[in-house]
Structures are given as structure tokens and as C-alpha cells.
Write a protein that binds this ligand. Structure first.
Ligand code: SF4
Ligand code: SF4
Length: 429
């Protein structure tokens, strides 16, 4: 037996003689006496211990075979995965005027039309439902709930088509939360609404400065009131966008939520992410699920600090697990309001990155999106590969003006992973 290549070993100053092992491939963590690790390396481990370490992915019979397995992992997932995911941009309109909005001055009253909705339903029926694939949609905007009726129509039809084929259908929304009333949620749940992500950009004073209504009035109170009304009906996620100047204020928001009775059992997930870029090259702030990583020292500190504050109050936040960019998955798509297809919401504002449209289908984007860039010796030998798979293609765009090569997460993971793993050990029971 050999130690897995996709493994990080950290010392334990508070537990002398022990080591903390984290398998980047399995997301497993174990506290191990140094003597056991030495015995494992020297092949003199008790059979029961060996079996445990193999099961958790810390020991492998053949490191070369493990590397080959990683090389084929995403191709295998694409062959066998039975889930179709699409992010659908319902409009570019919004009732808020967020100061950092990626649409900037370009925000226009463009909506997904009835005709495009028709094409969307047919596309998903043919590409997913008739293939027996579960369908998960995420409605996005602008503000998707400005298109509430059309969301209901699209979902109703797809739900009926999925049921007729015996496959599952569900949808989520990324919404600013101002229109997410109990009545709206009660109407949409029977059509397949499972969850929503709303955004609170810090405590009231900060949020209202960043996310006012078009009229200038703050939106914090209304969003919090809606969160209280719907958090027990659907899986509700709270996101928030922080900046270098204000991230230390975010724990005040967490305390406020607890005081208001918005307790960890009512919130599916809570995560704060940095505002990235400026209008023109920025990711939609409400989409950013934390798949971006930026190697700036303040950001590393902020990420660790805010995750700790979230977890120590008992809220759930994403664990450190294997993940790859949605660009790598054949059945992950973004449908723009005009029917154009993309591989990531952040690509919509970039020329030449559409991969087709609902009418004519998907073109071959392997070369234009530089798939498999991570299949190099350096990446295949890197312990971080299961958490990175070559990094974020949007960051390559921002950096180089084109997709190509790698967005190496090594500096970021070197600086953060140990602290994040220790948080998981401490707070996840
Ligand atoms: S390109 Fe980057 S932002 Fe887009 S899905 Fe991939 S990792 Fe996320
Ligand atoms: S891009 Fe960097 S961090 Fe990612 S797998 Fe390759 S070498 Fe490792």
C-alpha cells in the first residue's frame, strides 16, 4: 500500500505525536498518530487499520492507477451522470440598483420571451428528459422574480414532461429576495421550487448602502422579512458580497439573524464571497458561489475569518470537497434571456464565448474553452487536483483576456486549506 498522492498532511501542535491528514480526493479527514503513518509507509500496518485508511482514501494499492483514475474522472462523470443542470437568465431587469452590479450601465429591460421559453422547454425535453436525466434549473437575472409568471409556465410544463417520463424535476432561484414572499413561494413550490439564494451584503447599514432600491430606499428590512416568511418552506441560502473595507463588519449580520430567530436550522447554507472585478469583467455578484479564488493576502484572511464566524455560530457553509468548474461538465449550461448558450454565467458579457443557442444546439467548445487543460503531469501530480482541476476559466479571462492554460490555485490553497480543514474538524460533528 502507498500513501495517496491527493493528500495533505498537517502537524498538530496541540496534539504532539499526531498528524492531521486530509484527502483532497475523498474530502476525508483523520487525526493519526505519527507511528501509524510511519507503519503505513513501511507496510507494517495492522489489517484493520489498513482497511480503514484504504476506505477513506489515504492509502492506495497503486499510485499510478490512482493518477489514471483521476485523469479519467470528469470524462467518466460526463458519460454516466444522469443530471442536467441549467442556469436560466430570465431577464436583465432589476428592482434594485446595487452599486457594484456587473451589468453596470448596461442594465436594460430585456426579458426572456414566450418564444424563447418554448424553445427552452423543447430543448430540455429533447436533451435531458427524453434521455431519462433529472432536470435541475436555476433561474437567474437581473431579478428572476420579475419574470415570475413565465417561470411558473416553464416549470409547470417541464414538471409534467418529467413526470410523464418518470424523471425528477426541480428548480432553484438566485434572487435579491425582495419579491420572495410567502405567497410567491407557496405558488411555486408545487411547480418544483426547491430552494432560493438571497443576498444580504452585511448588516443593515452596509447592505442598504450597496443594495438600495432604484428609488434609493434600502432593501434590507424587506429581504429579512421575506427570509423569515419562507425559510421553512424551501431550502434557503443566504449569500453576501464583501469588500476589503467591510468584511470585518459581517459578523454583526450573523448576530442580527440569530436575534431575529433566523437560526441555523432554518438556513440551508450561508456563505460570504468577495466582490470581484468591476463592471465589464465582473462575475454577477449573486452567482459567485465561491468557485473563484483570488490569491490576495487580504482575501485569504477574510475567507478564513468569515467562514470561522459563520461556523462557530452553527450555520452551515460549504465543506471542502472535490469540485470542478461547470465548464468541464457536458450537462451544465447557461441559457441567456435571448436563447444563447454559455458554459458559465460570467462568460455572458464576453464576445465569442457563446457555445450555440436553443434553436441550433451546442457547438463543439472543447478547443475554445480549453477543456482538459489540467491533464498535465504537473496537475496530475498535484495534491490539490481534486479541489482545482485547473482552476477558474473566468479568472483566466480576466487575467489574459482569453481562456487558455491554468488558473493555479496552489498559492491560495497553500494559504487557506489547512485552516479550512481545521474549521471543518472543529465545527462539523
Ligand atoms: S469559469 Fe470560474 S466562475 Fe465560471 S463556473 Fe468555472 S470556476 Fe466558476
Ligand atoms: S492548476 Fe495548480 S493547484 Fe490546480 S491542479 Fe494544477 S498545479 Fe495543482
Amino acid at each position: 500500500m502507498h500513501l495517496s498522492r491527493y493528500l495533505k498532511i498537517y502537524s498538530c501542535p496541540d496534539r504532539p505525536g499526531n498528524l492531521l491528514l486530509y484527502s483532497t480526493r475523498r474530502g476525508a479527514t483523520i487525526l493519526l498518530p505519527e507511528s501509524i503513518l510511519r507503519a503505513a509507509e513501511e507496510g507494517r500496518l495492522a489489517p484493520a487499520d489498513q482497511e480503514t485508511l484504504v476506505r477513506l482514501g489515504f492509502l492506495v494499492p497503486d499510485p499510478a492507477a490512482e493518477q489514471e483514475e483521476l485523469r479519467g474522472l470528469l470524462d467518466g462523470a460526463n458519460r454516466h451522470r444522469k443530471i442536467f443542470n441549467a442556469i436560466v437568465v430570465m431577464n436583465l431587469d432589476c428592482n434594485l440598483a446595487c452599486t457594484y452590479c456587473y451589468e453596470g450601465q448596461r442594465k436594460e429591460k430585456r426579458y426572456l420571451s414566450d418564444e424563447t421559453a418554448e424553445l427552452l422547454v423543447t430543448f430540455i425535453e429533447e436533451r435531458a428528459i427524453s434521455q431519462g436525466k433529472e432536470v435541475i434549473l436555476t433561474f437567474h437575472g437581473g431579478e428572476p422574480l420579475l419574470s415570475r409568471e413565465l417561470i411558473g409556465e416553464i416549470s409547470g410544463r417541464l414538471k409534467a414532461a418529467a413526470e410523464a417520463k418518470g424523471v425528477a424535476f426541480g428548480f432553484n432561484m438566485i434572487t435579491n429576495g425582495t419579491l420572495l414572499t410567502r405567497k410567491v413561494v407557496e405558488e411555486l413550490v408545487p411547480l418544483g421550487l426547491k430552494g432560493a439564494k438571497v443576498t444580504l451584503d452585511g448588516p443593515k447599514d452596509i447592505h442598504d448602502r450597496f443594495r438600495p432600491f432604484v428609488s434609493g430606499k434600502g432593501s434590507f428590512d424587506l429581504i429579512v422579512s421575506n427570509v423569515k416568511e419562507v425559510c421553512e418552506l424551501i431550502k434557503l441560502q443566504i449569500g453576501g458580497n464583501f469588500s476589503r473595507d467591510n468584511y470585518r463588519e459581517f459578523p454583526r449580520l450573523l448576530d442580527f439573524l440569530l436575534e431575529e430567530g433566523i437560526t441555523p436550522d432554518k438556513i440551508h447554507r450561508l456563505q460570504f464571497v468577495p466582490i470581484t472585478g468591476t463592471a465589464g469583467d465582473a462575475m454577477h455578484p449573486d452567482f459567485n458561489d465561491g468557485c473563484l479564488s483570488v490569491n490576495e493576502p487580504w482575501l485569504i484572511e477574510a475567507t478564513i475569518f468569515l467562514r470561522e464566524e459563520i461556523m462557530r455560530r452553527g450555520f452551515s457553509t460549504p465543506p471542502i470537497v472535490m469540485s470542478a468548474c461547470m465548464v468541464e461538465f457536458a450537462d451544465d449550461l447557461v441559457v441567456n434571456h435571448d436563447g444563447a448558450l454559455f458554459k458559465c454565467p460570467a462568460f455572458i458579457n464576453w464576445q465569442g464565448l457563446s457555445i450555440g443557442d436553443l434553436r441550433s444546439g451546442i457547438t463543439d467548445y472543447r478547443a475554445s474553452h480549453d477543456l482538459d487543460a489540467w491533464k498535465t503531469d504537473e496537475c496530475l501530480e498535484c495534491a490539490y487536483l481534486p479541489l482545482c482541476f485547473g482552476g477558474c476559466k473566468f479568472m483566466q479571462l480576466v487575467r489574459d483576456g482569453k481562456i487558455g492554460g491554468l488558473d493555479c490555485k496552489k498559492p491560495y490553497l497553500d494559504a487557506t486549506l489547512e485552516a479550512l480543514v481545521r474549521q471543518d474538524v472543529q465545527y462539523r460533528k
